[in-house]
Design a binder for this molecule. Structure first.
Ligand SMILES: Nc1nc2c(ncn2[C@@H]2O[C@H](COP(=O)(O)OP(=O)(O)OP(=O)(O)O)[C@@H](O)[C@H]2O)c(=O)[nH]1
Length: 185
């Protein structure tokens, strides 16, 4: 039984959808200590930091799985979880009519195995309709999501092209991790 060391509902949903048994645990890791402005470096550092915190908290008796997800805007700017509704409107308008990359880094550690992966899914969105965006902001569903983005929800109708897994965009590249998770410990 693996420990999903994440408070993310989306990651738990993904593991459930793939029929993976897990126990969900939260770990304390302060992403504000990360200084890089390179999205891939940011997610790798954050997920590695979460793994180190999980090892300190739980040991490796049970396999540990940690992850981090950010959005890289077309100019490389890192878009993280919105701080409030105004920040969500600002961040989502950056993505409207634009090409973005949603990057997820995952770290897996068991007694015998260590594995890490950085995957990205690239989207081109048409322009978000103003009223639709306001309804989405009103819903609050953007909270706790990198870039305020829901590729399986609000953003879905605006997807003009996609390259990569939806799971990666939702926060955990399960298709890539599955072979490792299935290896006994
Ligand atoms: N449902 C959904 N969730 C998304 C999407 N894009 C990003 N996320 C979520 O956005 C969150 C990104 O923040 P992180 O810091 O990586 O993770 P967290 O939710 O804070 O949880 P921890 O692992 O405990 O840090 C994750 O929960 C992702 O699952 C999406 O398109 N759909």
């Amino acid at each position: 039984m693996i420990y999903l060391c994440s408070s993310s509902e989306s990651r738990a949903l993904l593991l459930n959808n793939f029929g993976i048994d897990f126990i969900q645990k939260s770990v304390a890791y302060d992403e504000e200590q990360i200084t890089t402005s390179i999205a891939k470096d940011f997610v790798y550092t954050a997920s590695k930091g979460k793994l180190n915190a999980a090892i300190r908290a739980f040991g490796v008796e049970s396999p540990l799985l940690c992850a981090d997800t950010v959005i890289a805007a077309s100019d490389g700017t890192i878009l993280r979880k919105p701080k409030n509704r105004e920040d969500a409107r600002r961040i989502l308008n950056i993505q409207s009519g634009s090409t973005i990359s949603i990057i997820s880094s995952a770290h897996y550690k068991s007694k015998r195995l260590a594995f890490s992966d950085i995957s990205a899914t690239h989207y081109h969105f048409s322009r978000f309709e103003e009223e639709d965006l306001e309804r989405y902001l009103e819903s609050g569903l953007w909270q706790g999501k990198a870039g305020g983005c829901m590729v399986e929800g609000f953003c879905k109708k605006y997807i003009q092209s996609v390259d990569g897994y939806e799971s990666t965009a939702m926060g955990l590249q399960v298709e890539t991790l599955l072979p490792w998770i299935k290896v006994k410990n």
